[in-house]
Design a protein. Structure first.
Length: 190
């Protein structure tokens, strides 16, 4: 598996931390690939990268969440609508808005800690004028916790994870694609 070896080797480069940061910013705004996909290669390649990668993912998520919040707050009629129309539907946004009104803070916690798309709730929180400090604080705590749990598991089981990735690279890749598709599908069903 030359491809797997190449990915793991390249993920050890210090610049990969910035790649995780940038991709996590994008995931928090419009990308439908879970950040754990970006976090996994450098941690299983070198367990000492667990903390820097977790910090990069958490910081990227917070920056992306803030940008999505601001899109909802200031640019909903232009950028927000465009994002929703291209990556969801207005009906789904209205449903997210109703859930947000009914459940408020719980919805932020749920979308921050689970693979349910966070970006729609971030835009919705901004659009509805949810207190920014509370939104960002809750997001920071629960998104960081999510990434820390993943990083801790990868750190703890690095050797096994490395062997599994090398042996089952393509099935894992297909599973990640299917999981992202299911996340989008779940979003459509809500």
């Amino acid at each position: 598996m030359k491809l797997v070896e190449s990915i793991l080797k390249k993920s050890e480069h210090p610049a990969y931390t910035w790649i995780v940061f940038i991709l996590t910013v994008c995931e928090s705004i419009f990308l439908f690939v879970p950040p754990e996909v970006f976090m996994t290669p450098p941690i299983i390649a070198n367990r000492r990268r667990a903390i820097p990668i977790t910090v990069a993912a958490a910081a990227g998520s917070l920056v992306g969440g803030a940008i999505a919040y601001l899109i909802g707050y200031w640019l909903f009629d232009s950028v927000g609508v465009w994002l929703i129309q291209n990556f969801a539907t207005m009906e789904k946004f209205e449903m997210a808005q109703a859930l947000f009104i009914k459940h408020g803070l719980f919805i932020i916690v749920l979308t921050a800690f689970t693979p349910i798309p966070y970006k729609l709730m971030a835009i919705c929180a901004g659009f509805m004028g949810f207190p920014a400090a509370l939104f960002l604080g809750v997001s920071a705590i629960f998104r960081t916790a999510r990434f820390a749990v993943v990083a801790a598991l990868l750190w703890r089981f690095q050797d096994a994870a490395n062997a599994i990735v090398k042996k089952y690279f393509w099935p894992i890749t297909m599973f990640a694609i299917i999981a992202a598709g299911l996340g989008i599908g779940l979003m459509m069903l809500l």
